[in-house]
Design a protein. Structure first.
Length: 204
C-alpha cells in the first residue's frame, strides 16, 4: 500500500524557491529540492514528475497574490501600467525567478490569469489581431526583462561605474549617459521606461 501523500504543492514550491534564492535558478534540481525538504530524491517523484513541473509551482507561488483588479474608470494605459507595476513588484521581490516567469508562463495558472487580464485591457482599448499580440509581448518583455536587467546590470552598480569612467574621447555618449544614470532610482527607471513603451504602443 502506498504511503499517504504528505507533501503539498505549496511546501514543495517554497522549498524550490528557497533553493533558487540561495543558489540561483541554475542550481534548481530534483535533488536540491529533495535535500531542502530533507527527503530522498526518488521520494520527491511521488509528488512531481520533473524539474519543469517544480518550476511551474515556483512561478505560481510567486504570482499567487498578484492583484488583477483595475478600475474601469481608468484609461487603458493606466490599467496596463497598474498590472505591469504589480507584476514587476512581485518579480523584483524574487529576481532569481524572473527567467522562469518567462519560460513557464504558459503552464502557470497565475501567470495565465495575469496575461488574460492584460489582454482584456488591450482588447477593450481596441487592440486586435497582430497589433494586440505585439503590444502584449512588448509589455511582457519590458516587465520581466527589466527585472533581469536590474539584477545583472543595475544603474548604481559597478558596470555603470566602469562605463562612466571610460575615456571621453573614445566613448563620450556612453560615459556621459552612465554618469547620469547612476543617480536614477530603480523605480523611476522602470516607470519612465514603461511610459515610453506604452506611448510607442499607443502610437502604432
Amino acid at each position: 500500500m502506498p504511503r499517504p501523500r504528505s507533501l503539498t504543492p505549496a511546501l514543495l514550491a517554497e522549498a524550490a524557491l528557497a533553493v533558487i534564492e540561495r543558489d540561483g535558478a541554475p542550481a534548481l534540481s530534483m535533488r536540491a529540492v529533495a535535500d531542502e525538504l530533507g527527503m530522498g530524491t526518488m521520494s520527491l517523484y511521488r509528488y512531481v514528475q520533473s524539474r519543469e513541473q517544480v518550476e511551474v509551482l515556483v512561478v505560481d507561488l510567486v504570482l499567487k497574490d498578484l492583484d488583477l483588479d483595475v478600475s474601469r474608470r481608468k484609461t487603458w494605459i493606466d490599467k496596463v501600467t497598474a498590472l505591469a507595476v504589480r507584476a514587476h513588484a512581485v518579480t523584483t521581490a524574487h529576481p532569481e525567478v524572473a527567467p522562469l516567469l518567462l519560460a513557464r508562463r504558459h503552464a502557470s495558472v497565475h501567470s495565465l490569469r495575469w496575461g488574460e487580464a492584460l489582454l482584456g485591457v488591450l482588447a477593450e482599448a481596441g487592440f486586435a489581431g497582430e497589433r494586440r499580440a505585439i503590444a502584449f509581448r512588448a509589455v511582457v518583455a519590458y516587465v520581466f526583462g527589466s527585472v533581469q536587467l536590474q539584477q545583472l546590470g543595475p544603474l548604481d552598480g559597478s558596470g555603470t561605474a566602469t562605463i562612466a569612467a571610460l575615456p571621453r574621447e573614445d566613448f563620450p555618449l556612453l560615459a556621459e549617459t552612465a554618469r547620469s544614470a547612476r543617480r536614477i532610482p530603480p523605480d523611476t527607471e522602470f516607470l519612465n521606461g514603461l511610459k515610453l513603451v506604452l506611448r510607442g504602443i499607443a502610437a502604432k
